[in-house]
Design a binder for this molecule. Structure first.
Ligand code: GLU
Length: 484
């Protein structure tokens, strides 16, 4: 078997939709599974859609995800150029070859013929774009060109018979040729349409497998007719279903979850996103759900690719992301978490390591953090009823007693690390002969003013440091005194 060569062919729109990223991932996995090459080709021929800096977004996203390409615009390779706009010279020659063999023709109809977009499509028979030019002799056409007429080149689709193409996911698909339109291959300015360029590029770059969104499925028979006209072997097609927001709507840019960058901004980890989109349209054989990139290469197979649209499931994404967050070594977690901590907790001298060790098991996405740590800078005004806990057998009265005992213990400590604070408080619990909660619950409330906090009394004290801990205990005592 020839070496497998796959390509990811994004258009530089400045935005990496997760559907595109999924295409890139599957494309990469197929190449690597077969020890083949993964190629990056930038399809920038639609200049109207061109966005400055967009190619960098593609590079950065793929690199961050570890989807490194073997050939591409920046790394080179034997099949370049890898930017479509730099390949312009070659398409005209190929289109003219098809005119010579009778598989394409010059069309001199009006200017809108350049544009096969939906809005410009005439309806009925004319929608197939079959005009009188189809049957003009090549000689006549060449004469008109010599006289200054500027044609487009259209594909000459047979009007009878059927075309069957094979897709690895959908099997054999047969269409009536009479339903296929004579699409433009080369525009009047000599530029190829996407539908022509991708065929020429894939063949001349030796691409063996094409993974793309199934919006291209309906064009595939026309591509196959082009391959046949050139006498080329078509690639293996793998069309993947859309990613949907719900049963009716595709996940769109405006939904805010649609791009890789949107999800990073929302506090997801690259590895979590990649793992989630792997499963959005592909089902593993066993129970395993968490895959490193190497494990993905090992496990991925075409059988697992789904034929039905995948619905984006934010909860599932979160759950997968949480597994990645929790598996981080603490030091690494701290690197990720600190900028989010600092959004609301700007206070100097807090114990970030202690804070992270209690936050990590409570983090699904990093954007969970700022709200969890907002008590650090400002002790919220809290209801003294928070001191009441049936389970802990505490109430404002017992809390006042407990805080009164905790204060001198905290004041007496020379160092304020976790073990010292822990041991001092547990010694107090022991000498008082009380339950843990009798001491630790009031301390927690006094330190954070909330019922739910990252960590209990010991951790909160260590996080805040000695001075702030003492100040907040005193504040608690003062509030409880005043309410007596
Ligand atoms: N440039 C096309 C896109 O971004 C690529 C389609 C294909 O893979 O053939 O949709």
């Amino acid at each position: 078997m020839a070496k497998v060569r796959t390509r990811f062919a994004p258009s530089p729109t400045g935005y990496m939709h997760i559907g595109n990223l999924r295409t890139a991932l599957y494309t990469y996995l197929i190449a690597k599974k077969h020890k083949g090459d993964f190629i990056l080709r930038i399809e920038d021929t639609d200049r109207e859609r061109f966005v400055e800096g967009a190619t960098e977004v593609i590079y950065k996203t793929l690199r961050d995800c570890g989807l490194n390409w073997d050939e591409g615009p920046d790394v080179g390779g034997d099949y370049g150029p890898y930017i479509q706009s730099e390949r312009m010279g070659m398409y005209k020659e190929y289109a003219e070859k098809l005119v010579e063999t009778g598989d394409a023709y010059y069309c001199f109809c009006d200017k809108t013929a350049d544009d096969d977009s939906e809005e410009n499509k005439p309806s009925g028979a004319a929608s197939l774009n079959r005009c009188g030019c189809r049957d003009c002799s090549l000689e006549d056409a060449k004469k008109r060109i010599a006289d200054g007429a500027v044609p487009v080149i259209r594909q000459k689709i047979p009007t009878e018979g059927t075309t069957t193409f094979h897709d690895e996911i959908y099997g054999d698909i047969t269409v009536d040729n009479a339903d296929l339109d004579d699409q433009v291959l080369l525009k009047s300015d000599g530029m190829p349409t996407y539908n022509f360029a991708n065929v020429v590029d894939d063949h001349t770059m030796g691409i063996t497998h094409v993974v793309r969104g199934n919006e291209y499925l309906s064009s595939a028979p026309k591509y196959d007719l082009l391959y046949a006209a050139f006498g080329w072997q078509p690639p293996v097609y793998i069309h993947v279903e859309h990613i949907m927001k719900d049963a009716q709507h595709k996940l769109a840019k405006r939904d805010g979850d649609a791009s890789f960058q949107d999800l990073i901004t929302k506090g997801y980890m690259t590895e979590g996103i990649l793992n989630y989109i792997l499963l959005l349209g592909w089902a593993p054989k066993g129970e395993q759900e968490i895959f490193s990139l190497d494990e993905m290469i090992e496990a991925f197979d075409l059988d697992g690719i789904s034929k039905s649209p995948a619905i984006f499931d934010g909860l599932k994404l979160k759950a997968i992301n949480a597994q990645y967050v929790r598996a981080l070594p603490l030091e690494k977690y701290m690197e990720y978490a600190e900028p989010y901590i600092r959004q609301t907790a700007k206070r100097e001298g807090i114990d970030i390591k202690e804070l992270c060790s209690v936050l990590q098991p409570r983090t699904e996405v990093f954007t969970d953090i700022p709200e969890q740590v907002d008590f650090i800078d400002v002790l919220p005004q809290y209801d003294l009823e928070l001191y009441t806990s049936k389970k802990m057998k505490t109430n404002p009265e017992t809390a006042l007693v407990a805080l009164g005992k905790i204060l001198p213990v905290m004041e007496s400590l020379d160092s304020f690390d976790h073990d010292t604070v822990h041991d001092a408080l547990f010694k107090l619990i022991e000498t008082e002969g009380v339950k843990n909660g009798y001491i630790l619950w009031p301390l927690r409330i006094a330190l954070c003013g909330k019922q739910v906090s990252p960590g209990g009394g010991v951790e909160l004290a260590v996080i805040l440091g000695k001075d702030e801990t003492i100040a907040r205990i005193k504040k608690g005592i003062e509030l409880l005194e005043a309410a007596k």
